[in-house]
Design a protein around this ligand. Structure first.
Ligand SMILES: *[C@@H]1O[C@H](CO)[C@@H](O)[C@H](O)[C@H]1NC(C)=O
Ligand SMILES: *[C@@H]1O[C@H](CO)[C@@H](O)[C@H](O)[C@H]1NC(C)=O
Ligand SMILES: *[C@@H]1O[C@H](CO)[C@@H](O)[C@H](O)[C@H]1NC(C)=O
Length: 324
């Protein structure tokens, strides 16, 4: 009994602090950054604003206030992401212009922080729009060989991924967008022919894009992997698509439709983490019910990410490392 008590105290003081998923309810398309000792979580609002939760631990995000950092002239805001470039934070997002009514109104935009605080506040900086397609959504910023590109999704005959040259984080270069992935494998077309939510991932001088595939209204929404294997990011043949999904539903864990993710580092920069949304039921739909979840991931000997399976809700996971 005494020994058990001593061991219990040791475990408590050596300090494996724990958190449980989900870390935020009603928070689809999550994105997280760790910056100067804090975690910042932003997600789809489906409204005319975006808000951020800030805390020193993932568990602490649950009680953090959800502070509005940006309000825009429009509606149905989706898929916000924060990227820091030259001291400023850029908030990439998708929304509809005032007065428009259906989903096809979605286009990509970027807002800029006043200073170097991820909490902003933010003001509208630029529209990142290529005309001619029914919908553009899910913008992200990727840097390849020192140059910035916008990566995003668009609907043509199917929902595909594109890349677009930028001259800086908020200015489209002359030219057009280039398709770099269309849904072709069986696992990319369940319930809908969809590639969306492209997210940059860099490791050991290799550049990947992790993206979401199949319909977000099904339990089969999941993640796939692209790698830049050539010299021209605008050329689809210079991107390799891996033949199998890298992260998907786990029925034993009651996690359905995991996807539309972001990546972040532990506060001490040593660990790689993924933040993603999922449904708790196979009947879950593509709306605000999806919650944000996080877990650590590792890398294989082949240099590819190993995301494992989505962890069950309520299971204690170790907090990201924060030792300096
Ligand atoms: C969050 O708030 C609840 C209810 O007030 C409290 O029981 C819990 O300890 C808080 N958690 C953290 C991590 O602050
Ligand atoms: C990455 O590239 C740099 C510059 O070419 C090189 O010095 C370094 O060894 C490379 N790292 C890995 C892990 O390949
Ligand atoms: C794309 O890359 C392939 C292989 O390097 C090349 O044959 C083709 O001409 C390139 N297409 C364009 C439009 O540059």
């Amino acid at each position: 009994m005494f020994m058990l008590l001593v061991i219990g105290l040791l475990v408590a003081t050596v300090g494996t602090e724990a958190f449980t998923n989900p870390i935020a309810p009603n928070a689809p398309d999550p994105w997280m950054v760790s910056y100067e000792g804090f975690y910042y979580l932003i997600a789809t609002s489906w409204d005319n604003y975006f808000s951020i939760r800030k805390a020193t631990t993932l568990e602490g995000l649950k009680n953090a206030s959800n502070t509005v950092v940006y309000t825009f002239d429009g509606h149905t805001g989706w898929a916000p992401e924060l990227h820091q470039v030259d001291g400023k934070w850029y908030l990439y997002y998708t929304s509809c212009a005032p007065g428009t009514e259906n989903y096809a109104c979605h286009r990509n935009h970027v807002a800029e922080s006043v200073g170097d605080d991820p909490m902003g506040p933010y003001s509208h900086k630029a529209d990142l729009i290529d005309d001619g397609d029914p919908m553009e959504l899910d913008p992200s910023l990727i840097k390849i060989n020192g140059k910035f590109y916008l990566i995003a999704s668009f609907i043509a005959d199917t929902q595909q991924l594109y890349i677009r040259e930028l001259t800086n984080p908020y200015t489209l270069a002359p030219g057009v967008k280039h398709m770099i992935s269309a849904p072709t494998y069986d696992w990319e077309i369940e319930g809908g022919t969809t590639n969306e939510g492209p997210e940059p991932l860099y490791h050991d001088n290799r550049t990947f894009i992790v993206y979401s595939a199949s319909s977000c209204a099904t339990p089969d929404y999941k993640l796939g992997l692209l790698e830049f294997v050539g010299t021209d990011p605008l050329n689809i043949t210079h991107w390799k698509k891996y033949p199998n999904p890298v992260f998907q539903k786990d029925e034993g864990h009651h996690v359905y439709g995991p996807g539309h993710n972001g990546f972040f580092k532990s506060a001490d920069g040593t660990e790689d983490w993924i933040v993603y949304h999922a449904n708790s039921s196979p009947d879950g739909v593509c709306y605000m019910d999806r919650s944000s979840r996080a877990q650590k991931f590792t890398w294989g000997a082949d240099g590819l990410p190993i995301f494992g399976v989505p962890e069950a809700e309520g299971v204690e996971l170790e907090e990201p490392s924060s030792e300096q």
